[in-house]
Design a binder for this molecule. Structure first.
Ligand SMILES: Cc1cc2nc3c(=O)[nH]c(=O)nc-3n(C[C@H](O)[C@H](O)[C@H](O)COP(=O)(O)OP(=O)(O)OC[C@H]3O[C@@H](n4cnc5c(N)ncnc54)[C@H](O)[C@@H]3O)c2cc1C
Length: 386
């Protein structure tokens, strides 16, 4: 963490709306250097929405086909993880189970093999760690993998974290550093005086604050912002279903992807399988179709999973902005309003870098020009045209 030196900024009070991994990481980053009053409100239990439903994959490289701004942001966040996990361990005693075994992407068809070949070539040329494995190599690393696998890529620097433990650690750390955590406290709208934030409205009255960070995940658009706000951020829920197996013996060491989904082996012997990507609003049901498509993906990668008991299933809402990119930074028109939302399929991965950026922007007033691609006002033009 950088040293802060602005007395004025340290005395500001901040309301954070949303207690998922994004809101909690920001609260911790702001509380660390000693901002006097930070309140974090969640409409329900802390950390029990997308951040709890996720697979915990920290994988910027595995699906990347070019080094665009999103890739750079994702790699920067991945690179922060070892220090982030270590610091949380020291602060709270919770091990978030950062697992650096690596990630495999397996190919079953000629087309899939060609896709992997392209990914291998650009990432190798760009200097990223990546390994090409033939079928025999794959089976020596993962003996339970299907004998239909033609080849695979191995990404030694794409990892996983136990996201539920991460949420627990972030709650404990935020509390330890003095953040006031308010579960069951729904924010309905922002309070503004002219074009300046002065607080947030709850069913029980106003919480005053001179800065507000909106990190309400898939619900961000339901919080009323002033008409003058430049951002016009629209975030929708993208439902993802997950299954959890408990094999008698471990079936995978690596996180394993195919074109149709992924398997995530947990330290306690559970094996997660995901996921679906659906636009069905806020419907959290696990469906027969979802279960059947995830199972067929999982059995294709590891046929030995057939007959293994499925011990759990759940669904969550990925926060999806119109362009599927995160929305991070200040509103241009409303002073004191900041966004950190729209992390879609990568909010666990992006939590450390998002917290660092928002912390810097709020406390040090660093110019956010570096974040151009992710700034909330990129949607103003779309709004004006429509
Ligand atoms: C099935 C699935 C698998 C995933 N796998 C991965 C993965 O492997 N790796 C990865 O990086 N990402 C993954 N993701 C995405 C990741 O989970 C999300 O991007 C991330 O959790 C978003 O965090 P968040 O804090 O923005 O949202 P959330 O965790 O949803 O938190 C938002 C919080 O805001 C609260 N809130 C909403 N409205 C209000 C209000 N009006 N007032 C107060 N509080 C409010 C909610 O109650 C909620 O707790 C996955 C997601 C799903 C669904």
């Amino acid at each position: 963490m950088s040293t802060r030196n602005s007395k004025l900024r340290k005395s500001i009070d901040i309301a954070i709306v949303g207690g998922g991994v994004i809101g909690l990481s920001i609260a911790r980053a702001l509380a660390h250097p000693g901002v006097s009053e930070i309140v974090l409100c969640d409409k329900g239990e802390l950390g029990k929405e997308a951040s709890w439903a996720a697979g915990g994959i920290i994988g910027p490289q595995v699906e990347a086909d070019c080094a665009d701004d999103f890739f750079k942001l994702a790699c920067a966040s991945r690179d922060l993880y070892p220090e982030f996990a270590q610091a949380l361990h020291e602060e709270t005693g919770t091990d978030v189970e950062l697992d650096t075994t690596g990630t495999l992407y397996v190919a079953f068809t000629e087309d899939e093999e060609a896709e992997l070949r392209q990914r291998y070539e650009w990432q190798w040329d760009a200097g990223f760690r990546i390994e090409w494995l033939n079928a025999k190599d794959v089976r020596s690393l993962e003996p339970d993998i299907s004998n239909q696998v033609r080849c695979a890529l191995r990404f030694p620097d794409d990892w996983q974290v136990e996201n539920r433990k991460l949420v627990d650690a972030l709650i404990a750390s935020s509390r330890k550093f003095g953040v006031k955590l308010l579960p069951n406290c729904e924010i309905t709208s922002l309070c503004c005086d002219h074009n300046r934030v002065v607080g947030v409205n709850t069913a029980n009255g106003i919480i005053s604050a001179s800065a507000v960070v909106l990190c309400a995940g898939a619900w961000t658009s339901s919080i009323t912002t002033p008409a003058a706000a430049s951002a016009h951020v629209q975030v929708e829920p993208g439902r993802g279903q997950m299954l959890c197996f408990k094999p008698a013996q471990p079936i995978a060491r690596h996180v394993m992807y195919s074109k149709r989904g992924y398997l995530v082996p947990r330290r306690d012997g559970r094996l997660l399988a995901g996921s679906t990507s659906e636009h069905v609003g806020f419907d959290k049901r696990v469906t027969d179709e979802g279960v059947s498509s995830i199972k067929s993906m999982a059995f294709e990668i590891a046929p030995g999973l057939r007959g293994t008991p499925q011990v759990d299933s759940w669904a969550g809402f990925r926060p999806r902005a119109l362009d599927e990119l995160p929305v991070i930074g200040p509103d241009e028109e409303i002073e004191g309003l900041f966004y950190a939302t729209g992390h879609f399929r990568n909010g666990i991965l992006l939590a450390p870098v998002t917290a660092e950026i928002v912390g810097n922007v709020i406390l040090d007033e660093v110019s956010p020009t570096v974040l151009q691609t992710f700034l909330p006002n990129r949607f103003s033009a779309i709004h004006t045209l429509s």
